[in-house]
Design a protein around this ligand. Structure first.
Ligand SMILES: *Cc1c(COP(=O)(O)O)cnc(C)c1O
Length: 385
């Protein structure tokens, strides 16, 4: 089956459904009765360990990333924590991309470091920087590509080749691209992770996380820890994500079409200093994006001419774009990384990776693009005035 057919049908099989439902029902039961003592270990036992609705979602998630296995968690960060707890121990070392989601950096630096996990941050746009950071105790390479908010790319295949020479596990946070535009396992990654809060859910109404893998041993460890740590996705949230995934392909195509139009509009605008979007030929890694991704996604950032004051004026004067964190929903969102999503990163560190005060991040929604462009025009008028 191809992508959309899988997204719509996997996990919705009518077998065993009494009434012939075409949509998987929501199984809220926390426990499952057995007819005899002999059966107590068979099938579903307790919903933290396994639940039919979560199972249906996990099969759908696996199908989207061409993976053997999928696992659903109560948030993207719960998925990340479980990966780290399942596969690492005190004294292990991780090499991570230096431009990561702020919450991931917080989990690494303020939680995992306390348990003796060591981190080195590198500019992973250059795969050799990953090689040069490898130590005796390196167990994992952690990539996000494209990154947030600067849309930097890492060459997954090249990094995986370097890591696998030393049996180092490669994790890719694929939240920005979504499985419709990029499949890291096919490029050599060992573990793919998603904040399903974003494109997979797609409607800004559920917080969740997902992990997809092919390796049996890694899966068994993650599955054990999903139950042992307990950060599972609820049946109702699992069902919402299943519903969201069915329209992922059509949403992503529209997100991308709108983003491309807006990126081109911004690039021509006299009040814009720079646009960051991997679909633009001016993006320094456009060729890698074309090779590694099937599309460029719906996230872009741009720098206004001026500083923080102008950027605030701009975002506050918009009417359709909501001034909000998060991304990946049907509605367009806009935010200022320097004072919102990345405020917890110290200013000098922020500027070192390239996040200036005038940087504006946009999650382009699936509204009519003409309305979005007219709204942005209001922002520019406010800056001019
Ligand atoms: C939002 C996000 C996360 C964290 O996911 P939550 O669902 O908010 O816990 C991780 N990585 C990326 C790239 C994100 O955008």
């Amino acid at each position: 089956m191809r992508f959309s057919t899988k997204a719509i049908h996997v996990g919705e099989e009518p077998e065993g459904m009494q009434h012939g439902d075409v949509v998987s029902p929501i199984h809220l039961s926390t426990t499952f009765a057995k007819r005899s003592i002999e059966e107590v270990e068979e099938g579903y036992v307790y919903s933290r360990t396994g639940n039919p609705t979560r199972d249906a979602l996990e099969r759908k998630l696996a199908a989207l990333e061409n993976a053997e296995y999928g696992l659903a968690f109560s948030s993207g960060l719960a998925a990340e924590s479980t990966i780290l707890l399942a596969l690492l121990k005190k004294g292990d070392h991780i090499i991570a991309f230096d431009d990561l989601y702020g919450g991931t950096k917080r989990l690494f630096n303020q939680v995992m470091e306390r348990f003796g996990i060591e981190f080195t941050y590198v500019d992973a746009r250059e795969p050799e920087n990953v090689r040069n950071a490898i130590r005796e105790n390196t167990r994992m390479v952690w990539l996000e590509t494209p990154t947030n908010p600067l849309l930097k790319l890492a060459d997954i295949r090249a990094v995986a080749e370097i890591a696998h020479e030393r049996d180092i596990i490669v994790v890719v946070d694929n939240t920005f691209a979504s499985p419709y535009f990029q499949n890291p396992l096919d490029l050599g990654a060992d573990i793919v992770l998603h904040s399903v809060t974003k494109y997979l859910g797609g409607h800004s109404d559920v917080v969740g996380g997902a992990v997809m893998v092919n390796d049996d041993e890694i899966y068994e460890r993650l599955k054990f820890h999903q139950n042992a740590v307990g950060a599972i996705l609820s049946p109702f949230d699992s069902w919402l994500v299943m519903r969201g995934i069915k329209t992922l392909a059509v949403r992503m195509e529209r997100h991308e079409r709108n983003a491309m139009r807006i990126a081109r509009y911004l690039e021509e605008h006299p009040l814009v200093e720079r646009v960051y979007y991997p679909g633009l030929p001016s993006h320094p890694q456009h060729e890698l994006a074309k090779r590694q991704m099937k599309g460029f996604g719906g996230m872009l950032s741009f720098e206004l001419k001026g500083g923080l004051e102008e950027a605030i004026k701009f975002v506050e004067s918009l009417e359709i774009f909501a001034l909000a964190e998060s991304l990946g929903g049907v509605e367009s969102l806009i935010e200022l990384p320097a004072i919102m999503t990345h405020a917890s990163v110290p200013k000098d560190e922020r500027e070192k990776v390239g996040i200036r005060d005038s940087l504006i991040r946009v999650s382009v929604g699936i509204e009519d693009v003409e309305d979005l462009i007219e709204d942005l025009e209001k922002g520019f008028e406010a800056v001019r005035a």
